[in-house]
Design a binder for this molecule. Structure first.
Ligand SMILES: *[C@@H]1O[C@H](CO)[C@@H](O)[C@H](O)[C@H]1NC(C)=O
Ligand SMILES: *[C@@H]1O[C@H](CO)[C@@H](O)[C@H](O)[C@H]1NC(C)=O
Ligand SMILES: *[C@@H]1O[C@H](CO)[C@@H](O)[C@H](O)[C@H]1NC(C)=O
Ligand SMILES: *[C@@H]1O[C@H](CO)[C@@H](O)[C@H](O)[C@H]1NC(C)=O
Ligand SMILES: *[C@@H]1O[C@H](CO)[C@@H](O)[C@H](O)[C@H]1NC(C)=O
Length: 700
């Protein structure tokens, strides 16, 4: 019975032994793959977490100071042959990432570890990597920890080579062997250094051969094919290094004073010979995106930023070039003294826009070309668009210009319904632009000399009613210039061409004071007398001085011009034909003054026409003292004062006597004048000395 019992025990023991024998090969060949982790795939401790229920990251630490975390395979494994005690081969690969909070200071790194317990009791954070206790016996079997450290902090105490190295630790923090992080690039055949804390996934392969007890560590950025040449290797006799039979395998991450987030994305392991299965890097869970972006911009991003910068640079350059060109194009001249006239200045750009680049020429006068424009100005009452005429005058005199500009300023204060309003001016190198209100019906001479000027447009001949009205308008305007403002303004160039007509055919004087610009000696070589031949008072050719009286003389010529429909002097170099004054004077003496009337006028108020003719002669008196003032002229035109009944004989004789001197000096003046290049000459003197003698004979 006892023997049977002993037998039964023996059989049972044999069966148990068989069972153990049969089970042992299965226990030694262990293999697992974690392409991402679920919570029960690993045992975590410390700060470590698995970020999601399945397919998550093993996050060993978040970015908190002085923490460590562990993630170990839940079951213990035998790394030694149970019967011989010799080490077994193993192979593993994993993908990790370290994202530091600060770019220049980071945690201590990650270690792949074989340890006696998944919680690693007594281990500490920081430089101890969560695996060791500094007071443990260095290199003794007491801690029973073998690790591959991915060390991102340099500790002189442990002879760390730098803060970015890979080392093999056996029961101590002083590595048996270590190398700065680098991977073997197959294409160049060289090791390429890289940073463990660049926030990007990196892959590590560890091969341990139980026979030779050699451990080899290979690393490369994730996605790059496995390099053929390992980075670090050394002999590690796991038989002596690991104390017990049961060993846990997994990871530890630790932070010191500066934190990093330490991640393991995927892990594959095989114990008992053969290679661990490959990890498909593309199927691993992805890292928190903001972090990777923040720490390391991709090449594409850098490229795009570069392209953007280049584009911005090109755009800015183009803008600068355009601005400079525009500046130059619209450059103006302005001097200190002009500041007080500021409000009257209009920018060249404004004028350029208003005239559509000076395209619509509406006239070319003695002083320059006139352009039509629409000036948009924002006044206090809102935006307004004024139709304007812009007169471009060439100038090169600084001295005269200053006085002229001051005159413009005072003239733009002159306001009278029979004066064309000057709105402002603009000055550029060699150019002066005067801006006037626009007069729809143009200048009076166009209407008077339809036949002579034979232009495209042929307005109907002006009735006497219209002409009388215009004559009175001009007289009122001129009187205002002479007496209406604080200072006496001499027009200097009264003629039909300078009388403009608005939409209602009201006459308005324009160009007042313009002659003065030239009077102040733009060219001192030429005469100072400016005006238009036929309108220039005889005394002016002697004194060169414009007065209200010379204006009255010109106004007289203008009156005759309007009434007779003829220019004061013939245009066509016809030296023998008599001047208009002589002609009217002749008719007056013959008692047929109405013969002088413009035949185009037709039926009219003859008394009024006669008044104008007589007044014209009176104003044309060669002796300035005999001419009326503009106030008297206006009174006579209004009928409030009688026209002095100068006997034709007196007028004739007195004029003739003076005409001699006048003619002589006139001829002299004209010769000088015509020789010069001054612009406002419209005709030549019409009569010669002999002609005068002949006239004297006829008149006597
Ligand atoms: C990891 O955990 C998941 C979910 O519990 C399970 O399906 C899978 O088999 C585990 N992987 C391994 C290698 O044990
Ligand atoms: C980091 O982990 C520690 C420990 O698990 C936790 O107390 C802390 O709140 C975490 N901090 C952050 C910012 O997640
Ligand atoms: C352990 O060693 C013995 C003797 O050398 C051998 O027969 C056995 O296969 C080994 N076991 C393992 C799991 O390698
Ligand atoms: C380190 O380990 C020793 C025992 O080996 C223990 O006495 C000591 O307290 C540990 N140090 C820390 C800081 O845990
Ligand atoms: C490893 O250590 C064991 C026990 O200390 C020893 O028997 C063995 O020969 C060693 N192996 C090598 C390769 O040194």
């Amino acid at each position: 019975m006892a023997a049977a019992a002993v037998l039964a025990v023996l059989v049972a023991t044999a069966q148990l032994l068989l069972l153990v024998r049969g089970g042992s090969p299965a226990a030694t060949a262990v293999e697992f793959v974690f392409p991402g982790f679920s919570r029960d795939n690993v045992t975590t401790s410390g700060a470590a977490v698995v970020t999601s229920a399945s397919g998550g990251l093993l996050k060993l630490t978040n970015d908190t100071d002085e923490v460590f975390g562990h993630g170990f395979y839940p079951a213990p494994l035998r790394f030694k042959n149970a019967s011989t005690g010799l080490p077994l081969s193993f192979s593993t690969t994993f993908v990790f990432a370290i994202a530091p909070r600060y770019p220049d200071a980071h945690g201590h790194g990650i270690a792949f570890a074989l340890a006696p317990s998944p919680a690693v009791p007594r281990a500490m954070a920081g430089k101890n990597l969560g695996l060791f206790n500094t007071s443990d016996d260095m290199g003794q079997r007491t801690s029973s920890v073998v690790a591959v450290e991915l060390d991102t902090a340099q500790d002189a105490e442990f002879s760390d080579i730098n803060d970015n190295h890979i080392g093999i630790d056996v029961n101590a923090l002083v590595s048996k062997n270590s190398t700065p992080a680098a991977y073997f690039d197959v294409t160049t055949g060289r090791f390429v250094k890289f940073s463990l804390v660049n926030g990007n996934p990196q892959q590590v392969w560890i091969e341990y051969d139980g026979e030779s007890t050699r451990m080899e560590v290979t690393i490369s950025p994730a996605g790059v094919p496995r390099p053929a040449i390992p980075l670090v290797s050394c002999v590690v006799n796991l038989s002596s290094a690991l104390a017990g039979d049961e060993t846990y395998v997994g990871f530890s991450g630790a932070n010191g004073a500066a934190p990093s987030s330490h991640y393991v994305l995927g892990w594959s392991f095989r114990l008992g010979g053969g290679r661990a299965p490959d990890l498909d890097v593309s199927k691993l869970p992805s890292l928190p995106s903001s972090r990777s972006k923040k720490t390391m911009p991709s090449l594409l991003q850098i490229f795009m930023v570069l392209i953007f910068a280049v584009l911005v640079f090109i755009l800015v350059s183009v803008a600068v070039v355009v601005l400079v060109a525009r500046r130059r194009r619209f450059a103006e001249e302005e001097e200190d003294w002009e500041i007080e006239y500021g409000p009257h200045r209009i920018s060249y750009k404004e004028l350029h826009d208003a005239t559509r680049g000076f395209r619509d020429v509406v006239g070319a006068g003695g002083f320059g070309t006139v352009y039509h424009g629409v000036l948009r100005r924002s006044s206090s009452g809102g935006a307004a668009a004024d139709e304007v005429a812009v007169k471009k005058v060439a100038h090169d005199s600084r001295q005269g210009l200053r006085e002229f500009v001051s005159e413009i300023a005072s003239m733009s204060r002159l306001r009278h319904r029979n004066l064309v309003r000057l709105l402002g001016y603009c000055r550029r190198r060699g150019e002066l632009m005067l801006v006037y209100e626009y007069m729809v019906n143009g200048s009076l001479d166009k209407h008077l000399f339809i036949v002579d000027d034979a232009g495209d447009k042929k307005p109907a001949a002006l009735s006497w009613e219209r002409r009388g009205k215009i004559v009175r308008d001009v007289a009122a305007g001129l009187l205002y210039l002479h007496e209406g403002s604080e200072q006496v303004v001499v027009h200097r160039d009264i003629k039909s061409a300078n009388v403009l007509l608005d939409a209602d055919m009201n006459g308005k004087l324009s160009d007042f004071g313009l002659a003065r610009l030239y009077d102040h000696g733009s060219n001192p070589q030429t005469t100072h007398v400016i005006g238009t031949l036929g309108y220039i008072a005889p005394e002016m050719s002697k004194t060169g001085k414009a007065t209200t009286s010379t204006d009255v003389f010109a106004f007289g010529a203008f009156l005759l011009e309007v009434a007779c429909g003829r220019r004061p002097m013939n245009r066509n170099d016809d030296l023998d034909s008599p001047g208009l004054v002589d002609l009217v004077l002749d008719r007056l003496k013959a008692g047929r003054i109405m013969d002088a009337k413009d035949p185009k006028i037709g039926e009219c108020d003859e008394a009024d026409l006669e008044l104008v003719l007589k007044l014209g002669l009176l104003c044309s008196h060669p002796d300035p003292r005999s001419r009326p003032s503009m106030r008297q002229v206006v009174q006579m035109l209004e009928g409030t004062a009688p026209v002095p009944d100068t006997p034709p004989k007196d007028l004739g004789s007195s004029s003739n006597r003076l005409f001699y001197g006048y003619r002589e000096s006139f001829d002299e003046f004209a010769t000088v004048f015509l020789a010069s290049e001054t612009t406002s000459v419209t005709t030549q003197p019409c009569s010669s000395h002999s002609n005068d003698e002949k006239q004297e004979v006829t008149s006597g």
